[in-house]
Design a protein around this ligand. Structure first.
Ligand code: AHM
Ligand code: MG
Length: 333
C-alpha cells in the first residue's frame, strides 16, 4: 500500500494484531473517537460565526439552543462512545462524576473505560486559537457483568491501553498511541478522512523551546524559577525560545515535533498545579513516553502516581528527555 495514502481507518485495522487483546473492541473505540473528532472539528471551525448564528445560551435562527463548545464537545464524544456500546464507563472533565454505561442487554459486559477532556484550552475559542481534545483508555478492573466503580477510573497512568489527542489547529490532527509508538493523522477536510501524516512521532532528545505561564513566576517554586533563568541565560545553546499558546495540546504538539519542554508547575496559589492527572497529564505522559520523551511532576513519573480523586490535579513537566531531566535537577536543589 502507498504509505502516503493510509487512512486512520486502515491503520487501525492493520495494527489491531499488535494489540494483546485483539478482540477489535479497541479498534472500534478509536473509530468512534475519530467520528466524534470530525463532528467537533466541524463545529469548532464555525466558532467565529457565533455572533451570526447565535451565542451560547441563545436560540439560533434555526430555533436550536446554542451550547458552549466545551459542553457540545462533551456531548458529542459521550454519545459517540455510548452509541457504539463498547465502553462501560466514561469520566470527563466536564462531568462531576463518572458515568456508568450498561451496554448491550444492560449486561455491563463492555471492557473499556474512557477518560477525557473534551475541549481543552476552551478559553481560547473566542479568540480563534487552537484547542484540543484529550482521551485516555483503560480496561476495567472490576469484573464484567456489574456496573463500573470508581476504582476502574482511579488506575495509574501506566495501566493505560491507549491515549491520544486531537488538535483543532491550522489543520486538524488526531495523534494517538496504543503502546506501540505514536502516530499522527491529519484530516483532509474536503474528503473527511484522516491520513497518516506523522508516522512514528519522536521527541527530539533535546530542544530549544520552553513553554510555561511565566506570568505566575512570582508564585513558582524556587527550582522552577531557577530553571526559567537557566533557559533564559546567554550560553552557547541558549537562551531557549519561549513559546506558550495556553492550549496544552497545541503547546505539547509543537514541542514534540520541534523539541521542547512544557511545564505547568505547582505554585503558591495552586499547590497541585492546574492540570488534571486523569484527563490531561496521564494521556499526555503516555504519548510523551511512547515518543521517547519524559513526563514527571518534577520529581516522580506521572504514570506511577496512584490517583485518589477523579478530578485531582498534578504539576507536570513533559517533553524532550534531556530538558525534563535538567528541569528535575533544578527541582532537587
Ligand atoms: P481547561 O481544561 O480549563 O481548558 O484548562 C487547561 C488549559 C491548558 O490547555 C493550558 O495549557 C492551560 O490551561 C493554561 O493555563 P494558564 O492560562 O493558567 O496558563
Ligand atoms: Mg483541560
Amino acid at each position: 500500500m502507498n504509505k502516503k495514502h493510509i487512512t486512520l481507518g486502515e491503520f487501525i485495522i492493520d495494527n489491531q494484531k499488535h494489540f494483546k487483546y485483539s478482540s477489535g473492541e479497541l479498534s472500534r473505540l478509536i473509530n468512534s473517537i475519530r467520528l466524534a473528532a470530525k463532528i467537533v472539528n466541524h463545529k469548532v471551525n464555525k466558532a467565529g460565526l457565533v455572533d451570526i448564528l447565535g451565542a451560547a445560551g441563545e436560540t439560533n435562527i434555526q430555533g436550536e439552543d446554542q451550547q458552549k463548545l466545551d459542553i457540545y464537545a462533551n456531548e458529542v464524544f459521550k454519545s459517540a462512545l455510548i452509541n457504539r456500546e463498547i465502553v462501560c464507563g466514561i469520566a470527563s472533565e466536564e462531568e462531576d462524576d463518572f458515568i456508568i454505561i450498561q451496554g448491550k442487554n444492560n449486561a455491563h459486559n463492555n471492557k473499556y473505560i474512557v477518560l477525557m477532556d473534551p475541549l481543552d484550552g476552551s478559553s481560547n475559542i473566542d479568540v480563534n486559537v487552537s484547542v484540543g481534545t484529550i482521551f485516555s483508555i483503560y480496561r476495567r478492573v472490576t469484573p464484567l457483568g456489574m456496573p463500573v466503580k470508581k476504582e476502574d477510573f482511579l488506575q495509574k497512568g501506566s495501566e493505560q491501553v491507549a491515549a491520544g489527542y486531537i488538535v483543532y489547529g491550522t489543520s486538524t490532527m488526531l495523534v494517538y498511541t496504543a503502546g506501540h509508538g505514536v502516530n499522527g493523522f491529519t484530516l483532509n477536510p474536503a474528503i473527511g478522512s484522516f491520513y497518516l501524516s506523522h508516522p512514528n512521532m519522536q521527541f527530539p532528545k533535546t530542544g530549544n523551546i520552553f513553554s510555561i505561564n511565566e506570568g505566575n513566576y512570582a508564585h513558582f517554586p524556587q527550582g522552577v524559577k531557577n530553571y526559567i533563568k537557566y533557559c533564559q541565560a546567554e550560553e552557547e545553546d541558549r537562551p531557549y525560545t519561549f513559546r506558550y499558546i495556553g492550549s496544552m495540546v497545541s503547546d505539547f504538539h509543537r514541542n514534540m515535533i520541534r523539541g521542547g519542554i512544557y511545564i505547568y508547575p505547582s505554585s503558591s496559589k495552586a499547590p497541585k498545579g492546574k492540570l488534571r492527572l486523569l484527563y490531561e497529564c496521564n494521556p499526555i505522559a503516555f504519548i510523551t513516553e511512547q515518543a521517547g520523551g519524559k513526563a514527571t511532576d518534577g520529581h516522580q513519573r506521572i504514570m506511577d502516581i496512584q490517583p485518589t480523586e477523579l478530578h485531582e490535579r498534578v504539576p507536570i513537566f513533559c517533553g524532550s528527555i534531556k530538558m525534563v531531566e535538567k528541569a528535575e535537577s533544578f527541582m532537587k536543589e
